[in-house]
Design a protein around this ligand. Structure first.
Ligand code: UDP
Ligand code: MG
Length: 405
């Protein structure tokens, strides 16, 4: 495989020569099975970093540089990784700071993980023996640890320990898949966002525990404090966005349920149900021999409520929850509405079965704190919460409003 190590530099004149020398003389000789290259991502460092690299390029033929206007670390990596993969045939790119806060010798461990079949390999300072500098002031340690704990918790992805680190190996496929969504993320957000999308897309992520040291030469350009708010905003916003459709679905469903009750009771007490019952009564006498129009009117009221809720749910989900997947053609929309009506019947059957089985098992009423509560009401709540809601959400996503190809 062609592996490109991509150190990012902005004013690293004190570090870059030694850094490249260590890679060329100490690290690359230990990697036997791959072709190793260096492509430095430099944002026209005004301190002359570029000139040092140019003179080293005479000595090392596998060394080159990609310079661009300074738009932040994320932009520099996207630009340079893009060139390595699209113009130079890289199979894997490895991003690393050029200031020796990471030990470049650890690249060997990253390559080994890639060989084991991982799609992306990240550092971890927070597990398996990894560490941050002992001498960091308490508040910096706290920031580093809590920021990562926060991201892990909000994303509920605890198996990944280090979301903000800047030492990673990325396979070409992962980069090409994630890049189109990365345009707006800089700083720490770039690292978090990239990893989040790779995780979301199901890529296999490996971790290498390592020690992060203090900078010895040159100065830090990333101001920790201004990023705290950005990290909070990004992580929370991203998570809410993922739940947005489901939250809308719940709002529509909950409102639909209230509408169902209102239509049922309203049509009964206004006499609309009885009026319809009288109209439909001849039909009834053909089907079953009964003259009980009151019972029949009750049934009609329930039917009006159920169908009203179905129409309401369909219309609102179509206009709001799934508006991005709606048909513009009216006939296709009506066809979809009919399918929706049919699948809605699935929920009726599920509730019917659950309550039937429940009453068979527990009897018609259950005593809780000396209250007699009909078993059907006790069963209805978990049935809706754990079966009907997930089932409907799945049906809406995979059948009714399935993603267009
Ligand atoms: N860097 C860069 N462009 C920037 C900021 C930083 O190329 O706009 C490089 C920098 O030269 C270093 C790495 O990114 O190699 C990490 O930056 P820094 O050490 O300033 O951040 P810190 O380690 O203090 O978070
Ligand atoms: Mg640094």
């Amino acid at each position: 495989m062609k592996i490109f190590v991509i150190p990012a530099t902005y004013n690293e004149k004190d570090n870059i020569e030694k850094f490249i020398t260590v890679l060329e003389e100490e690290v690359f000789p230990r990697i036997k099975d791959h072709e190793m290259y260096i492509l430095v991502a430099d944002d026209y460092s005004p301190d002359g970093t570029g000139d040092i690299i140019k003179s080293l390029m005479k000595k090392y033929k596998n060394l080159d540089m990609n310079q661009g206007e300074r738009k932040g670390l994320g932009a520099a990596y996207l630009r340079t990784m893009g060139e390595a993969i699209e113009k130079r045939g890289a199979d894997v790119v490895i991003e690393i700071d050029a200031d020796f806060q990471f030990d470049p010798h650890d690249i060997v461990k990253f390559v080994k993980k890639i060989d084991e079949g991982y799609d992306m390999v990240i550092q971890t300072r927070y597990s398996g023996g990894g560490s941050i500098p002992e001498n960091w002031p308490l508040q910096r340690k706290m920031f580093s640890i809590t920021a990562n704990l926060f991201v892990r918790t909000v994303f509920t992805k605890f198996s990944i320990h280090d979301w903000t680190g800047g030492f990673r190996a990325i396979r070409k496929e992962v980069f090409l898949k994630v890049r189109p969504e990365m345009a707006n993320f800089g700083g720490y957000i770039f690292q978090i966002a990239f990893l989040h999308k790779a995780v979301r897309d199901g890529y296999k992520i490996g971790e290498v525990p390592l020690h992060f040291s203090d900078r010895k030469l040159g100065s830090s350009k990333i101001a920790s404090f201004s990023y705290i708010m950005d990290v909070l905003r990004f992580v929370i916003f991203t998570r809410l966005k993922e739940f947005e459709r489901f939250i809308k679905f719940l709002i529509v469903g909950g409102t639909g349920f209230i509408i169902q009750l209102a239509l049922q009771e309203g049509s009964y007490y206004t006499g609309v149900a009885s009026f319809l019952a009288v109209l439909l009564h001849p039909l009834l006498t053909v089907l079953v021999h009964t003259s009980d129009t009151v019972a029949f009117a009750n049934g009609v009221a329930a039917g009006i409520g159920a169908e009203g809720a179905i129409l309401f749910n369909f219309t609102l989900n179509n206009l709001w929850t799934f508006h991005d997947r709606a048909h513009s053609n009216i006939f296709q929309t009506i066809k979809r509405g009919i399918t929706f009506n049919l699948t809605s019947f699935g929920a009726v059957i599920v509730q019917f079965l659950a309550i039937w089985i429940g009453v068979l098992a527990f009897g018609p009423a259950t005593t809780i704190f000396s209250f007699h509560i009909p078993t059907r009401d006790i069963i209805l709540v978990p049935t809706i919460a754990f079966i009907v809601i997930p089932m409907n959400y799945l049906i809406y996503n995979k059948i009714i409003w399935k993603k267009k190809k």
